[in-house]
Write a new protein. Structure first.
Length: 378
């Protein structure tokens, strides 16, 4: 029933080259990052089921066909690993604990499936109105063991789960095709604006409950610990005192040019810069990206590339508040070695990147200025 391709000792974790990542608005299967804490199960959609348990009026066991029979929605959103850009925090600030992600642990895809709120309404949430602000919806995958637990789980506030405007999906498709195994097929949660760790893959259980998931990766990982938690021992004193990371912050990344390369100026003394930008949580879309070739003395507003869906199967999927923005700019950079270029993004709600951010032990949610350095400008 289940075939495991990768051992629990060597889960598949990889990110694409940035120039390929930003080559299309919708991230294609082969260019999407992989983040795993254990083996990848290959599960038949014909037999897979997801159970709805906990504080519900009617427990359910739904097949893929059952989920396909519900109203289907398509949401274009970026999923981002909480550790995206960890390498920058590690090298610009100080050492952190975690995989050395660079700037490519993000994918922007069209996800299709029923809304979570529709599934929960089918089960009937059995939580009184006064208790709902403290309740959670937990997602679980018991298909494989993980490095730090016997299963994988995560949770989000019930209020977010019941909000149809939060666009939380039980995704069956990615970019119009069946969800690939390495991206959670045949079923995963997609939680727009929230750290990718909460978008549980190979989903087989949903539970409405009065406490967050007790899985290791919800309780003892993916949290922004205070800077005084500098070691594993010090971090252990904080895990239970700090809320789990949910919304990811506004961010931008420079994909072109690459660090430590030689860049030729055009006839006007300018160089082309390209990248992506991400809004903060549900505060999108991105409305502005600015680029500086003189370390912040002057800023040039980038052009945001428009997504044209007129020739795609996703025509009419107008809401892009959860999506990334691809951008391009031409900036002036002084000739010489050791030059750097910065970028900063602003979303519709006014959240803007700052140059400097506070260090945290796990190196998550880094969103200092986008930066490419050690350039030779000729």
């Amino acid at each position: 029933m289940v075939r495991l391709e990768y051992s629990v000792d060597e889960p598949l974790n990889r990110e694409p080259e940035l120039d390929k990542l930003i080559s299309s608005f919708l991230t294609q299967h082969g260019q999407a990052y992989d983040r795993n804490h254990g083996p990848i199960p290959h599960i038949s959609a014909d037999i897979h089921r997801v159970g709805i348990y906990g504080l519900v009026k009617k427990e359910l066991s739904l097949s893929i066909s059952d989920l396909q029979s519900l109203p289907q929605h398509t949401v274009i959103c970026a999923l981002q690993c909480a550790g995206n850009r960890r390498h920058t925090m590690r090298t610009k600030l100080k050492e952190v604990s975690g995989i050395d992600w660079f700037d490519g642990a993000v994918m922007n895809c069209a996800w299709t499936g029923p809304l979570l709120v529709d599934v929960l309404e089918k089960a009937g949430v059995d939580v009184s109105e006064e208790k709902r602000p403290d309740a959670h919806v937990a997602f679980s995958c018991f298909q494989t063991p993980t490095q730090e637990d016997e299963w994988y789980g995560a949770s989000i506030p019930l209020s977010r789960a019941l909000d149809p405007n939060a666009s939380i999906l039980l995704a069956l498709e990615m970019n119009g095709g069946p969800l690939p195994a390495n991206h959670g097929g045949p079923l995963r949660v997609v939680t727009p604006g929230i750290a990718g760790a909460r978008s549980v893959k190979w989903l087989d259980r949903i539970s409405v409950q009065m406490q967050e998931s007790n899985n290791f990766y919800q309780r003892h990982d993916y949290k922004i610990l205070p800077p005084q938690a500098e070691t594993k021992e010090e971090a252990d004193q904080w895990w239970d005192k700090v809320d789990a990371l949910q919304d990811m912050p506004v961010n931008s990344v420079i994909a072109i040019p690459s660090p430590e390369t030689t860049v030729s100026l055009d006839d006007e003394g300018l160089t082309e810069v390209k990248g992506y930008a991400l809004p903060s949580g549900g505060d999108g879309p991105i409305v502005k990206v600015e680029v500086s070739g003189d370390e912040g003395k002057t800023w040039t507003e980038a052009s945001l590339l428009k997504y044209d869906d007129s020739h795609t199967m996703f025509k009419g999927v107008a809401e892009l508040k959860w999506a990334w923005a691809l951008w391009t700019a031409k900036v002036r950079v002084e000739k010489g070695k050791g030059r750097r270029i910065w970028s900063k993004a602003t979303d519709q709600s006014g959240n803007t990147q700052e140059k400097d951010v506070e260090w945290n032990y796990r190196g998550v949610a880094y969103n200092g200025y986008g930066e490419v350095d050690d350039l030779e400008i000729v």
